[in-house]
Design a protein around this ligand. Structure first.
Ligand code: GDP
Length: 334
């Protein structure tokens, strides 16, 4: 058994096509929850949902978020009403005291539904309504995620990194904002000064996550700051990685990122925005899978392949390289 760690793009892409090498039922995926927000009264978990939708055969593979061919009737009407009322577009945080007084899991990341700054599809929203209802019935996020996985016919254990709230707050030259405001609304435009994982001092990885981290771990190509950062900020998570074999797939080719704000965020948090910077950020990684065009030399073993991901054949090719990487450090994976 191996365990994958995931944000919302790179690892879900890697898992597509991985099944013949790493059978889903025996291959848990631990998902970042720092990107989650409460908006329009529901908890949205973008990284968990991308994995659930991808594994359940529902994902929109153009965007790598949301449900394929979903409609947006409710969202469009919410925006129309806001427009008609003269409400400016953009995120609308709930007042300070409401950030900590509502559902515990949504602390520090609570937005109203007015003008709904993130697009939620209609079927997508049904997932969030169900998730939030189950949470309100006092079930934990891990249990709720397992229920949703069952409902979507997903065989893989999909594990939130924690059942407690951790909110990724980006401090910029224009003030502090939740990662979703920074990325979805501002398209990573403000200059980043630092990244905070608010609440992490009280958060713990769940028992299910700690069990999964007893197995060899694969860090798929992920944003080291905003996808892995919240996991690594939990001491117990980090120590678990220090005591198990870890293969990391680079989200860079040298200093070129495939997509997203990983470069800016790494530079702002004191890491070189490159494969070398990823290796510095992951001192516990034992071996790396790099792109065949990535000439970076590292102080650890390297397996090279074409790391471009998208189709199932790509996932299969890179998973073969992951298996080879484990073999290079003497770890047999079936
Ligand atoms: P987020 O949750 O959507 O922000 O994203 P993740 O943490 O899952 O991953 C983002 C990283 O995945 C980015 O740094 C990209 O460079 C990387 N990525 C996206 N597509 C590919 C790909 O096809 N191959 C590789 N190797 N990395 C990719």
């Amino acid at each position: 058994m191996v365990t994958f760690l995931a944000g919302g793009t790179g690892t879900p892409k890697l898992l597509r096509g991985s099944e013949t090498i790493f059978p889903p039922e025996e291959t848990p995926v631990v998902c970042n929850t720092g990107d989650d927000i409460e908006m329009s009264g529901v908890l949205v978990c973008p990284d968990i949902d991308t994995v659930l939708f991808s594994e359940g055969g529902l994902l929109d593979h153009e965007t790598w978020w949301g449900i394929d061919e979903d409609t947006t009737v409710t969202h469009d009407e919410i925006q129309r009403l806001a427009d008609a009322a003269g409400v400016p577009a953009g995120p609308r945080y709930l007042p300070e005291e409401a950030q900590t007084s509502g559902r515990d899991i949504a602390r520090f990341r609570r937005f109203s539904g007015v003008a709904e700054f993130m697009q939620l599809g209609d079927r997508d929203r049904a997932i969030h309504v169900t998730r939030t209802g189950l949470l309100d019935e006092r079930r934990g996020l891990t249990t709720v995620t397992a229920t949703l996985a069952d409902a979507l016919g997903v065989d893989r254990p999909v594990l939130p990194m924690s059942d407690g709230p951790v909110a990724t707050i980006v401090h910029t030259d224009e003030g502090a904002m939740h990662f979703q405001e920074f990325w979805v609304h501002r398209r990573a435009d403000p200059d980043v000064e630092r990244v905070e994982f608010r609440g992490v001092e009280h958060a713990e990885p769940t028992d299910a996550v700690l069990d999964a981290l007893d197995s060899p771990v694969v860090i798929g190509p992920s944003n080291p700051v905003t996808s892995l950062g919240p996991m690594l900020a939990m001491d117990a998570f980090r120590s678990a990685l220090e005591s198990t074999p870890v293969v990391a797939v680079s989200p860079f080719v040298g200093d070129r990122v495939f997509s997203g704000p990983a470069g800016e965020l790494m530079a702002a948090t004191g890491h070189d925005p490159s494969t070398a910077g990823v290796a510095d950020a992951y001192p516990f990684a034992d071996v790396f899978v790099l792109d065949e065009d990535d000439g970076t030399a590292l102080d650890r073993p390297i397996v090279r392949t074409d790391t471009r991901l998208g189709d199932p054949e790509d996932g299969l090719r890179v998973c073969r390289a992951v298996r080879e990487a484990f073999e290079a450090i003497g770890v047999e994976v079936p």
